[in-house]
Design a protein around this ligand. Structure first.
Ligand code: C5P
Length: 245
């Protein structure tokens, strides 16, 4: 692998997105949110009105969806379907609940894995998802497996949803977390698994900043990467857009 590439895998709510973004910023790398890609395809299929359990039908929508990702150094990744920016529209509970129909389909995974590899070939990225260290980038220079207790993950997700103005109960979110763990780990292709050479980080009692620093330290020692300071304005902007507090 020519480029420095850091993979972060783990269950939902372990804090991967925020931490990956912070670490990428400190290391001067771009951040790839692969969950957003599965979310965008889910939204496209919901809009197309096809039966979500019909693998062939959803794969056909995925191929026509014109999915595009816009990675930046200090902004969250943007996702587009054709010309439409759907970054904000993919974060609903309805999309979240339907993703497994899409993420279980081998043809769709192949499509997205190919897109992810192409992005990784062209730039230095911190990439985050479920299968990044196992399937997509088995030769990545640094692999992290991040997890936290289900209750802690559910509380984080609940706070995030409430902050976005969505009406949910903590119990409902906890149930969703348990169900998604099961669906993500049980998948036939691209299942959530720790790569044998991944380093484990339990984020249950760490803040996103502490966890990101841990990764930055590992990148510095193992990949001899240089870091940069994040200026206050950028950090404030991140706090607003990613629920950091
Ligand atoms: O990371 P996020 O919660 O946005 O991911 C949404 C869903 O997309 C996950 O629950 C998982 O089912 C799927 N996913 C996947 N492979 C990835 C990233 C996400 O199957 N690399």
């Amino acid at each position: 692998m020519a480029n420095n590439l850091i993979t972060i895998d783990g269950p939902s709510g372990a804090g991967k997105s925020t931490i990956a973004r912070l670490a990428a910023l400190r290391l001067g790398m771009r951040y790839l949110d692969t969950g957003a890609m599965y979310r965008a395809i889910t939204l496209a299929c919901m809009r197309a009105g096809v039966k979500l359990g019909d693998g062939e039908a959803v794969a056909a929508v995925a191929k026509q969806a014109q999915l595009r990702c816009e990675l930046s150094l200090d902004q969250p990744m943007k996702v587009f379907l054709g010309a439409e920016d759907v970054t904000g529209k993919i974060r609903t509970q309805e999309v979240t609940r339907n993703i497994h129909y899409i993420a279980d389909v081998r043809e769709i995974r192949d499509l997205l894995v190919a897109m992810q590899r192409k992005i990784g070939e062209n730039e230095e990225i911190v990439t985050e998802g479920r299968d990044q260290g196992t399937v997509v980038f088995p030769n990545a220079s640094l692999k992290i497996y991040m997890f936290a207790l289900p209750e802690v993950r559910a509380k984080r997700r609940y706070n995030e949803l409430v902050q976005r103005g969505q009406q949910v109960s903590y119990e409902e979110v906890l149930q969703d977390v348990a169900k998604r763990d099961y669906l993500d780990m049980d998948r036939e292709v691209g299942a959530l698994r720790k790569a044998p050479d991944a380093l484990e980080i339990d984020t249950s009692e760490l803040t996103p900043e502490q966890t990101a620093e841990e990764i930055v330290k590992l990148a510095k020692s193992r990949l001899a990467m240089r870091t940069r300071k994040i200026d206050k304005n950028t950090l404030d902007r991140m706090r607003k857009t990613s629920g950091l507090s």
